[in-house]
Design a protein around this ligand. Structure first.
Ligand SMILES: NC(=O)c1ccc[n+]([C@@H]2O[C@H](COP(=O)([O-])OP(=O)(O)OC[C@H]3O[C@@H](n4cnc5c(N)ncnc54)[C@H](O)[C@@H]3O)[C@@H](O)[C@H]2O)c1
Length: 249
């Protein structure tokens, strides 16, 4: 096997949302030789990343803003000299029983989780389909498949994301662009630590995982490397669970 059998050296990667999981994606792909850039709405999060990776291009943007997202994606693709891999790792959650969810809370969650994916995917997809190659990777969740209580809006956003990805995969396959979603189980990050810190929650959730532990941000790195590689050109339209078996039971 050659040193770069996976063909990742020099791959131009844009990651949108560099909290716990998006940051882990950058750490892995940078180590494998990819050239990475980052988008996030949080200036502090981008500053931390840039400190750890001097020279890595970052740009603050709210991905719910359609025109701003398109401008940011185009600018970063220009700075990278093209775009081979685009990763969407943006999401929020708001745990409430369906009967308590306000219209504003519903709209906010769908806007951040789903509209941002639409804006980002369309901007990145335009570049990659024009270039006749590329990889779009979107972070879904086990909640896109399972019916967790208090997850009405979040589950709706992730189930919709899975179907949105499948349609893009169909439409863009002939242009050499694959589209897949990664569906992690509960993983401690800024998104989940508040919930996991409540009495009994972490133990209860761990008890639902056949592997006997929650996820680590590093657990998504292997599948991201696979999906980013030219070696995975025939894998498209898939929801890949990274969940220690959570969706088996
Ligand atoms: N952590 C988990 O247990 C878990 C499980 C399943 C799925 N996911 C999904 O993985 C993805 C990443 O989650 P995470 O755990 O890394 O969360 P995180 O909160 O650590 O990171 C999310 C990042 O998205 C950014 N962001 C939020 N809204 C934005 C916006 N409008 N514009 C630009 N950036 C925005 C935040 O600033 C943050 O840096 C999400 O889609 C989430 O739903 C996470």
């Amino acid at each position: 096997m050659t040193a770069d059998w996976w063909g990742l050296t020099g791959r131009r990667v844009l990651v949108a949302g560099v909290g716990g999981l998006g940051r882990s994606v950058i750490e892995a792909l940078a180590e494998l030789g990819c050239v990475c850039a980052a988008l996030d709405r949080s200036a502090d999060t981008l500053d931390e990343l840039a400190t750890a990776h001097p020279g890595l291009p970052t740009r603050q943007v709210d991905l719910t803003d359609r025109e701003a997202t398109r401008a940011a994606v185009n600018e970063m693709a220009a700075r990278l000299g093209g775009l081979d891999v685009a990763v969407h790792a943006v999401g929020v959650n708001d745990r409430q029983p369906v009967l308590s969810v306000t219209a504003d809370a519903w709209r906010h969650l769908l806007t951040v989780n789903l509209d941002s994916a639409f804006h980002f995917a369309q901007a990145a997809g335009a570049i990659m389909t024009a270039g006749r190659q590329g990889r779009l990777i979107l972070f879904s969740s086990v909640a896109g498949t399972l019916a967790h209580r208090d997850h009405g809006a979040y589950a709706a956003s992730k189930g919709a994301l899975n179907q949105f990805a499948r349609v893009m995969a169909h439409e863009w396959a002939s242009a050499g662009v694959t589209v897949n979603t990664i569906a992690p189980g509960y993983t401690p990050t800024g998104l989940t630590i508040g919930h996991l810190a409540k009495p009994g929650v972490e133990n209860a959730l761990t008890g639902l995982v056949p592997a006997g532990r929650l996820g680590l941000v590093e657990d998504v790195q292997g599948v991201v490397a696979l999906l980013a590689s030219p070696r995975s050109a025939y894998i498209t339209g898939q929801v890949i669970h990274v969940d220690g078996g959570r969706t088996l039971v």
